[in-house]
Design a protein around this ligand. Structure first.
Ligand code: GTP
Length: 428
C-alpha cells in the first residue's frame, strides 16, 4: 500500500480543498533523456551547496524509533522548506516529530488525501491472477526443495518430533535461528493456550504466529508529504532495482503522481538504457548523465524535481555488493549529496532484495542500512523461491518495513506486502 497525499497549492486558501487536485499531468517523454535546462542550472547554482551540516548520523538515530518500524518522518503539514541554508550558516537541526505531531499532520492533510489511501491492489484480472500465482509459486518452491513446512503437519501427533521437523523446515526456508526459535516457542505457547489436539490446528496457529511476526513489516509507503518525495533505491547487482522502479513508477503515475526518474547508475550504459525504457513505457521524464558522478546526477535530479514540481523523484543506483567498500561509501555519499540538494531528503531509502537470496538478504539489509539508513524494502522474485522464510529473519533481527514484493517481470507484478497472505503462502 502507499498513501499519496496531493500537493497543496500555494495559492489555496488555508483549509480549502482544491476542487481540481494540483498534481501535474506527466508529459509524454518524447525524448526520455532530459538534461537540466539553463534556467534550472542557474537556479541550482544560486543555491549554496556548502555549509550544510551532515546530520545523517542524527537522522539515522532519530529515524529508528523504538521497534524500528516507523520508516519515515514528517515535517508536519508545514514541511521544512527544501532549500539548503546560506553558505557558512549551519543547517538547522532536523528533528523528527513526535508520534502526536505526525498524527496532527495527517489530520491536517486529511482533506487533501487523494481518494483515500491508495493501495497497490490488483486492478485487473491479470494482476489478480499474478497475485494468486505468486502464492502458488511460493508454495511450489517450498515443496520442490523438500523443505515444505506444510508437509510437517501431515501426521496426527503433536509431539517433540513434530516440533523438530518444523524446526528443520523453518531453517530450510531460511528463517534463521533466532526467528525459528522464537516461532517454535510462540507456537508451543499458542498450542498450550488453546489446548490444540490435532496438527491441522497447530498449522493454523503457526500461520498466526508467522503473520504476527511479520505484521510490523507491513507498512505503507507514503509519498506527497514532501515535494518532491525523494526515494533512493539501492541493492546488489541484479536484485531487481530497475525493474521495481519501473513497476513503482507505473503505480505512482496511475495514481496521478508526477514522477522523475534519475539514472544514478552512471557506469553501465545498459542500466541507463533500461531505466529509459521504463521511463518511456510509463511516460515519465528521466535525468541521465553518462559517465557523471552518481551523486551529481542525484543532486541534479532533486533540483530538477523541485524546479519541475514533480511529486516523486526516484533515484536508481548502481548494483553493489556489501563487500565492495568503496561502492558502499559511494552510496553514503549519494545520500549525503541528496540531503544537500534538499535538506529533508532523501525521504525514503529503499533496498531491493532478491527473495531467492535467503539468509544473505539479512546480511544485505544490515550492510546497506549501515551505508545509508534504510526506510523500506522491496523483496523481488518471490514468484519462484524456496527461501521466503528470510522475511521472518528480517522481522526478528533487522526489522525494516517491506513496502512491496515482486512476483514477476511484468509491470503489474509489484504487490503490496501483506503479512497474513505471506504467512499463508509460507506455511501452506
Ligand atoms: N521472476 C522475477 N524476475 C524479476 C523480478 N524483478 C526483477 N526481475 C528480473 O531480474 C532481472 C534483474 O532485474 P533488474 O531490474 O535489471 O535488476 P537491477 O538490480 O536493476 O540490476 P543491476 O542494475 O545490474 O544491479 C531482470 O531479468 C528482471 O526482469 C521479479 O519479481 N520476479
Amino acid at each position: 500500500m502507499f498513501s499519496f497525499f496531493r500537493r497543496k497549492k500555494a495559492e489555496s486558501t488555508p483549509g480549502e480543498v482544491p476542487a481540481a487536485l494540483s498534481v501535474e499531468t506527466t508529459a509524454p517523454a518524447k525524448d526520455p533523456v532530459l538534461p537540466l535546462d539553463d534556467l534550472e542550472r542557474q537556479a541550482l547554482a544560486a543555491e549554496p551547496r556548502d555549509g550544510v551540516a551532515d546530520d545523517s548520523a542524527e537522522r539515522a538515530a532519530s529515524a529508528a524509533p523504538p521497534g524500528g518500524f516507523v520508516s519515515r518522518w514528517f515535517g508536519g503539514a508545514a514541511a521544512p522548506a527544501p532549500v539548503a541554508p546560506p553558505a557558512g550558516v549551519p543547517a538547522p537541526p532536523v528533528t523528527p516529530p513526535a508520534a502526536t505531531e505526525i498524527e496532527a499532520a495527517r489530520a491536517d492533510l486529511a482533506p487533501l488525501i487523494a481518494e483515500k489511501d491508495l493501495e497497490l491492489a490488483p486492478t485487473s484480472d491479470t494482476a489478480q491472477a499474478a497475485r494468486v500465482g505468486w502464492m502458488d509459486r511460493l508454495k511450489t518452491g517450498l515443496k520442490r526443495t523438500g523443505s515444505s513446512i506444510s508437509t510437517v503437519f501431515i501426521g496426527t501427533q503433536i509431539d517433540d518430533a513434530l516440533y523438530e521437523d518444523l524446526e528443520t523446515a523453518l531453517l530450510m526456508a531460511d528463517a534463521g535461528v533466532p526467528a525459528t526459535e522464537f516461532l517454535l516457542q510462540d507456537l508451543k505457547r499458542r498450542v498450550k493456550e488453546v489446548r490444540a489436539t490435532d496438527t491441522a490446528q497447530v498449522k493454523g496457529l503457526l500461520r498466526d504466529a508467522v503473520a504476527d511476526m511479520l505484521a510490523p513489516l507491513e507498512r505503507p509507503l507514503v509519498v506527497g508529504v514532501y515535494h518532491p518525495t525523494v526515494i533512493m533505491v539501492s541493492g546488489v547487482n541484479g536484485a531487481g532495482k530497475t525493474t521495481s522502479i519501473g513497476k513503482l513508477t507505473k503505480h505512482l503515475a496511475d495514481a496521478g503522481a508526477s514522477v522523475l526518474l534519475a539514472a544514478a547508475d552512471t557506469f553501465r550504459a545498459a542500466a541507463r538504457e533500461q531505466l529509459a525504457v521504463w521511463a518511456d513505457r510509463t511516460q515519465v521524464e528521466i535525468i541521465t548523465q553518462q559517465g557523471a558522478d552518481p551523486s551529481a546526477v542525484a543532486f541534479d535530479a532533486v533540483g530538477a524535481g523541485r524546479a519541475r514540481r514533480k511529486d516523486v523523484v526516484l533515484i536508481d543506483t548502481a548494483g553493489r555488493l556489501p563487500t565492495q567498500k568503496h561502492l558502499m561509501e559511494e552510496l553514503t555519499k549519494i545520500r549525503r549529496v541528496v540531503t544537500k540538494a534538499d535538506i529533508t531528503a532523501p525521504h525514503e531509502v529503499l533496498l531491493v532484495i532478491d527473495g531467492n537470496t535467503g539468509q544473505n538478504a539479512l546480511a544485505q539489509v544490515k550492510a546497506f542500512d549501515a551505508a545509508a539508513p534504510l526506510t523500506g524494502l522491496i523483496v523481488t522474485k518471490l514468484d519462484g523461491t524456496a527461501k521466503g522464510g528470510v522475511l521472518c529473519a528480517i522481522a526478528r533481527e533487522k526489522p525494516v518495513p517491506v513496502y512491496f514484493i515482486g512476483v514477476g517481470e511484468r509491470l503489474e507484478d509489484l504487490q503490496t506486502f501483506k503479512a497474513r497472505e505471506f504467512a499463508e503462502a509460507l506455511v501452506g
